[in-house]
Write a protein that binds this ligand. Structure first.
Ligand code: LLP
Length: 442
């Protein structure tokens, strides 16, 4: 008997469909063929869906009276090909480390459309960002102010900056991905007097063009109200700063966090509505205070790529434990999807080569790591999985490849983009040679 909580059939997104062979198809490519051609585990990205999501954000977050910018949060998924796609779609790019910045620059992403984040940027990272003339540096704390000023002075460059602030909003999401409670490590609190000193300092700097604020309330947020409350608090703060420091806040970057469907019970907000309402709320608040409209930015990551990704695995053994649990052993692991073990995330899955068959029991999909917590999907109803079946786990486009590791020296899977019946490899499968490439032998 299959329990209620085991969920329904795997939800299909974008170009996913079941073809005449009963196989899962993505971007008009048969997933069983993809598994055969590229091997497993394999990350498959639906290019059309990524572009569609970019477009949805671009067109919905637009207003005749307000300047806006949609910045893709590259930590969700970044490769050279992804940078190129984001550039073509006309979004800006949020990077959070030298590695992400390097990838963007190597891909020829226009530096002026790059926003450089990070709560503890190194001198090297800041120098790289300033020398390459990124669009904005988002300052996290007082210490960074001096660092940036010194670097700019020494190379005689002026840089545009935003200050990341913490507005103390309660976003109802997982503890690990909340970012604005009063003990969060990110940004400077809007309640602290010292934050006003930092603003004055930035405003009088010769080397920093202080544009305004950034804040991000957390990730995977489903409550629309959290986004509006965030705007209220930030606009109140902007007004307060204008009055206290005599500074005009020209830009407001509201971060990302738009919740995405992974499994039953996840109800994403209607983005079209939300984005339009967010801009209206900014306008209302600006009118209330008699201040000019700031340029408003958002930084979606997950909401652009999560549903576009599917991971394909091949089944090895299927084991029923003495205690009665059914395990499906696949050739991937928590290394290619850390979210289940780290956040207790729930995914949906299906047998890609037998999409039309009915489930016979509840299974736990586990990987190859020497770790009991190496779970990819818990309690999922599947039709009698057996050796050589291809398991598809959906909505793995965000924070899967980007959080992958080599634990147990397992090579990372490749990434392919699929579109209109064509697939192209955008990240090659790691080899054993890659695994030892930085080892030094005495
Ligand atoms: N902007 C900033 C400053 C952020 O810190 C983040 C995410 C985003 C934008 C994008 O948020 P999104 O739209 O993707 O929710 N590894 C976790 C998520 C960590 C999010 C970190 N910051 C997970 O897999 O759920």
């Amino acid at each position: 008997m299959i329990s209620e909580e085991s969920g329904d059939l795997m939800k299909l997104f974008g170009t996913m469909k079941i073809n005449e062979k009963g196989h899962l198809e993505i971007g008009k490519c048969d997933s069983v063929d993809l598994a055969r051609d590229y091997g497993t585990p394999l990350y498959v990205m639906d290019e059309e869906l990524i572009r569609e999501r970019c477009n949805l954000f671009k067109t919905s977050f637009r207003d005749d009276d307000i300047e806006t910018d949609v910045i893709y949060a590259s930590k969700a998924f970044l490769t050279l090909a992804m940078c190129k796609l984001i550039k073509e779609e006309g979004l800006s790019l949020d990077v959070v480390s030298g590695g992400e910045l390097y990838t963007a620059l190597k891909a020829g992403f226009p530096a002026h459309r790059i926003y450089m984040h990070g709560n503890n940027k190194t001198i090297e990272e800041l120098s790289m960002a300033i020398k390459s003339e990124v669009g904005r540096i988002i300052i996290d704390n007082r210490y960074e102010v001096d660092l940036i000023e010194n670097i700019c002075k020494s190379i005689k460059k002026k840089i545009k900056v935003l200050l990341r602030v913490n507005p103390g909003i309660e976003a109802h999401t997982h503890e690990y991905i909340k970012t604005t409670n009063n003990n969060s490590k990110f940004g400077e609190s809007i309640f602290s007097d010292d934050t006003f000193n930092i603003i004055n300092r930035l405003n009088s700097s010769e080397y920093m063009d202080f544009k305004g604020f950034h804040s991000h309330i957390g990730s995977q947020i489903f409550q629309e109200e959290s986004f509006y409350e965030h705007i209220n608090v930030m606009m109140d703060f902007a007004n307060n700063v204008s009055e206290r420091c005599g500074v005009v806040i020209r830009e407001l970057n509201l971060g990302g966090g738009f919740g995405t469907y992974y499994s039953k019970g996840d109800i994403p907000v209607d983005l079209n509505n939300l984005l339009c309402n967010m801009l209206n709320r900014v306008k209302e608040k600006a009118k209330e205070f008699g201040i000019s409209y700031p340029k408003v930015m958002i930084e979606p990551g997950r909401a652009i790529v999560a549903n576009a990704g599917t991971t394909l695995y091949r089944v090895g053994s299927v084991k029923r434990t003495y205690g009665g649990r059914n395990y499906i052993f696949v050739d991937g692991s928590m290394n290619d999807n850390l979210r289940t073990s780290l956040y207790g995330a729930q995914y949906e899955a299906a047998i890609a080569n037998r999409m039309n068959e009915e489930a016979d029991d509840i299974y736990t999909i586990t990987g190859r790591c020497c770790e009991s917590g190496d779970i990819i999907v818990r309690n999922i109803a599947l039709p009698n999985p057996k050796n050589e079946d291809i398991i598809a786990v959906s909505s793995t486009g965000a924070y899967n490849y980007s959080m992958s590791s080599n634990y147990n020296r397992l090579p990372r899977p490749p990434v392919v983009f699929v579109k209109n019946g064509k697939s192209r490899c955008v990240v090659k499968r790691e080899t054993y040679e890659d695994i030892i490439r930085n080892d030094v032998c005495f």
